[in-house]
Design a protein around this ligand. Structure first.
Ligand SMILES: *[C@@H]1O[C@H](CO)[C@@H](O)[C@H](O)[C@H]1NC(C)=O
Ligand SMILES: *[C@@H]1O[C@H](CO)[C@@H](O)[C@H](O)[C@H]1NC(C)=O
Ligand SMILES: *[C@@H]1O[C@H](CO)[C@@H](O)[C@H](O)[C@H]1NC(C)=O
Ligand SMILES: *[C@@H]1O[C@H](CO)[C@@H](O)[C@H](O)[C@H]1NC(C)=O
Length: 400
């Protein structure tokens, strides 16, 4: 469980794998420091490149890169800061939310295992997508550099771009590290939220199933025994439900600011990247990675929104099941417990972007739509600017 995420986190260079011998840990820290040094340097290089850029169209594209690298810095910061909360979440998924009602235990575990395998498979595929996006970027970047077609502005104080050999390689590490780092951190975040959503969804499913069993006939047994047994099961359901609510709260605490950052990144980059592709058409070598990146952004935004929608749907179902049931012969304590659970289930669980936006399909549509209108707005402004210029120059030449 979470094996893939931990591998990715380890690759990202901020979460060393657990139980590493000191010598390897030292190597890890050194490598990670070097990689991050390049990455932080690239933030500066992109920023200065952006500030020194005279062409408005190119600057828009450069703004996109600057935004992505700074949001990546923010992600690194939040992931490091919330390391303990995230570890706690993984722990409680593993050990605290099990249904222990004997007749269901086996089936619940099977279901959870199946979901777990699904999560690993999806994560693995997503990882491959990241790999192909980054590999294309790196390959195309070198091709463009060698042909002298790079148009992305970048600060180059040592004049290393035009040189050959080692200086050029060091210089190339800057954009490459920016691409790798932002890709890996985004992927880590996405797959983490996806895995949490899938596994928590399985837990909610089976909690719902446990509630359904409350209504089922438990065979020819004395009424008092049936009632006591049912009461025990309900108490378990209430406890699990409470833990699930706490789990979602912690998940929100750890990741909701990242969700908002991710939504904003998607909103801004979809329109800026689209603008860059149409207004300042890059060479083929730069264009293909940009299109790749755009498609990848749409995919990752979808994953984020799907994760939120998944949890919201399942918790709504739970509320419906809780509200639909009726127990005529249950005791007073049972009713009190049930009412408590129903009350809590009234407010569906949701993942949000910093409590401001809910993650669901309509958010996905909204973001893509808004991004598109921003993009058309920018294009219109640009074409107005273009059409104004030729008109003005003949007038000026006629004046004398
Ligand atoms: C909960 O279930 C998982 C498997 O789904 C199992 O590995 C774990 O030991 C269980 N924890 C408890 C406390 O039963
Ligand atoms: C857990 O939920 C899943 C999905 O609804 C279901 O297929 C599985 O049978 C459930 N487990 C039990 C024990 O009901
Ligand atoms: C989706 O989220 C938005 C707010 O971001 C909310 O207004 C809307 O009701 C949500 N849709 C569903 C189906 O929950
Ligand atoms: C319009 O074109 C001029 C000259 O090229 C430039 O200085 C200005 O920033 C442009 N405005 C916009 C909104 O693109």
């Amino acid at each position: 469980m979470f094996a893939f995420n931990y591998i990715l986190l380890a690759l990202s260079g901020i979460w060393p794998p657990e139980g590493l011998p000191p010598a390897l840990l030292g190597v890890y820290v050194v490598l990670s420091t070097v990689a991050h040094a390049f990455f932080f340097y690239s933030c500066g290089a992109y920023t200065v490149g952006f500030l020194n850029c005279d062409d408005v169209d190119l600057a828009m594209g450069a703004a996109c890169d600057v935004l992505v690298v700074y949001l990546t810095c923010y992600k690194i910061f939040v992931l490091l800061k919330n390391k303990r909360v995230i570890n706690g979440l993984v722990y409680s998924l593993r050990h605290e939310l099990n249904v222990s009602y004997a007749p269901l235990q086996r089936a619940c575990r099977d279901h959870e295992e199946a979901v777990n395998n699904l999560a690993s498979k999806v994560t693995g595929r997503y990882y491959l997508v990241l790999l192909s996006v980054d590999a294309t970027y790196i390959f195309m970047y070198f091709r463009a550099e060698l042909r002298g077609q790079v148009r992305i502005p970048m600060w180059d104080p040592f004049g290393a771009r035009v040189s050959t050999g080692l200086p050029f390689l060091l210089y190339s590490c800057v954009p490459v590290s920016a691409a790798l780092m932002s890709g890996i951190h985004t992927t880590v975040f996405d797959t983490m939220i996806l895995t949490f959503s899938l596994l928590l969804g399985a837990k909610i499913d089976n909690l719902t199933r446990l509630l359904v069993t409350l209504e089922e006939d438990t065979g020819p047994r004395p009424a008092a025994e049936v009632r006591a047994e049912r009461q025990r099961r309900l108490r378990e359901a209430v406890i699990i439900h409470q833990k699930i609510i706490r789990f979602v709260d912690n998940l929100e605490r750890a990741l909701s600011s990242l969700s908002l950052a991710q939504l904003m990144e998607s909103l801004a980059t979809i329109c800026l990247q689209g603008y860059r592709l149409t207004a300042a058409p890059p060479s083929m070598d730069e264009g293909i990675p940009m299109i790749n990146f755009l498609l990848w952004l749409l995919l990752q935004l979808w994953i984020l929104c799907w994760s939120g929608e998944n949890i919201a749907t399942k918790s709504k179902h739970l509320a419906v099941v809780a509200a639909r049931s009726h127990w005529a012969d249950a005791g007073h304590a049972f009713h009190v417990n049930m009412q408590m659970l129903m009350l809590r289930a009234q407010r569906p669980l949701a993942l949000t972007g910093f409590k401001m936006v809910r993650l669901n399909y309509s958010t996905y549509v909204d973001i893509v739509k808004n991004s598109y209108s921003l993009y058309t707005c920018m294009l219109r402004m640009q074409s107005k600017n273009r059409s104004e210029k030729p008109n003005r120059s003949p007038e000026m030449s006629e004046l004398p």
